[in-house]
Design a protein around this ligand. Sequence first.
Ligand code: GLC
Length: 739
Amino acid sequence: MKYILKTILLLTFSISFSQSKSIDLRVEELLKKMTLEEKIGQLNQYTDDWNITGPLIVNPNKETDVKAGMLGSMLNVNGVERTRKYQELAMQSRLKIPLLFGFDVIHGYKTTFPIPLAEAASWDLSAMELSARIAATEAAASGIHWTFAPMVDIARDPRWGRVMEGAGEDTYLGTKIAYARVKGFQGKLGNLNSVMACAKHFAAYGAAVGGREYNSVDLSDRMLWEVYLPPFKAAVDAGAATFMNAFNDINGIPSTGNKYIQRDILKGKWNYKGFVVSDWGSIGEMYTHGYSKDGIEAAFSAITAGSDMDMESNTYRNTLAQLVNKKRISVALIDDAVKRILRKKFELGLFEDPFRFCNSERQKMALNNSEHTKAAREVAAKCVVLLKNEKNILPLSKETKTIAVIGPMVKPKRINHGFWAVNLKDVDSTYIVSQWEGLENKVGKNTKLLYAKGCDIEGDNKAGFQEAIDVANQSDVVLLSIGERYNMSGEAKSRSNIHLPGIQEELIKELQKTGKPIVVLINAGRPLVFNWTADNMPTIVYTWWLGSEAGNAIADVLFGDYNPSAKLPMTFPRAEGQIPIYYNHFNTGRPSINEEKLYKSSYIDLPNTPKFPFGFGLSYTTFNYSNLKLSKTKMKSNEKIEVSLDVTNTGKYEGEEIVQLYLQDKFASLIRPIKELKDFQKIKLAVGETKTITFVIDNEKLSFYNEKLEFKSEAGDFDLMIGASSEDIRLKSSFELLP
Ligand code: GLC
């Protein structure tokens, strides 16, 4: 048996080796036929012109360029017909090199899943992989080869609008999610339900000063390695086919022209074999940064730094040949970029059949089919965070007679997609289940739903208040759905004030006077500040933007058909003045314990603590943690400690709990955070059920980047904390790492 296994393994290896070897040979053969112009053409990417995602430079010669082999890729082209049209033009070029079609399929294609930050709140890696898998299936069925996702930027600043697109503030959670999403999008690259992933934005885009979009990033090398790079390394380990660099500079050098991160780290230390696409126009923007005095210098910096493809700036097209002719760069540098790109085209099977992703029948079968909508509904329910349920108003009874459904988010459909949804041309939004429709689908004929908008998201018009109060007075319970406009978060959507917009909180205060039980639903793409509501309303549910099945998923949670299990992937501040605020901070020499103020690291006008902490989320049931055991309390760096504990469902509903393991390295050559998430498990427990779960502490979990940037552990004492959130620590222990 062993012999047979060995033979199969050897055969499989040799087949895959010969395949990649044959691709390398085919790339070399093709490269030899290409002129310098044609090589530079492969490094060029333009957008189609109906779905613009950046400052557009209209290019009237797009089709001519494609026919002349002067384009290697296009973005924002989707649909079988449109991609086929451009691919047919590419087949008229001398060497018939197929185009790559890239698109921002960030959280679904037609079937739209919750925004990535909401999915991160599920802490459910398989759910996130499934979501990416379905997005890839629908995108690939629509002619797309490549998604510009996952965005893996760690972000500790909710003023930054793109927090909606990532996995939140924690490096460990973000690293696990990055890996899962790349695997989800790519599956087995070359399959007809897979697309190339693109880890973005390399690097540290989420650290923009002031949370202001595209702003500078200034951070130590150590912080870069410790906080911002690990999710990108996970993407490399997951086999991400491409990377996208970032708009921001890092310590004064724009990412696009930053040799250290692209050439030294990504393609050097990490030995990355995929290709790097610049973000929209970022090569040309190095002039605006004040880094490159003209296009030629920008192209020189970008190509030498390792930016392989030029998205939309037209710089490579206009300058690379000059750089070669003036012997400023060697053709070998261009060849390296071209080979990386051609290799992916071969891996996708586009040379065998450039139209293999253009199948109208497959497109029709894939888009928003029942299997996908069912998955979207289930994933969405897992993302809903129960922030408060003090009077157990939730779950609602299905026998409730009259429900008042109030707020500007109740009836609109498109808003539930949030930012970065795919705007499908000629597709109306009827397939999106609004929050109102979700309730209609859920309640029986004995339940009456009353509606009032109450107010707009923004503005100060109170004309709708009275109608809202009237329907509330006729009801047994009020559902109030408010929040920020769906495109108040996303790219170029930084907000200096992240309070609930408009007069929504005033509407809540007026409705509170009716004395009716009120459930507040908050829809947003980021943590918001809503202190009065948080202090005065007994039931609050954070629904983010949940996608095309939002209405059904929200109804499933509100009526208890799904017991909410999500936990916050970002800290919720009390005020913008606390930002950046994150759980894994340093202790300082004068920590403010129990809100002491005098000569303590604190604000005189606010507590240090957040409104809602990282890792927080409630359930309709309760869980008890007990019986914490460590297999040993002293370990050598080549050993491990087994940690076990019991979790019991002590409430009245079956539910899931996300058990979080935090460590604190008490003393080290560099100060360490007061706690760091080092593992988690999401478990389902029936009423009264107890499960024993185990974690393993190994040397990697104790390691950090020291002053020499060596990733190492240091002997000493460690505190171990098991939490239901970063602040709700249920069990504690400690152990020692021996020298
Ligand atoms: C945008 C975004 C990037 C996106 C690209 C293409 O500016 O920064 O995330 O993938 O352009 O739309």
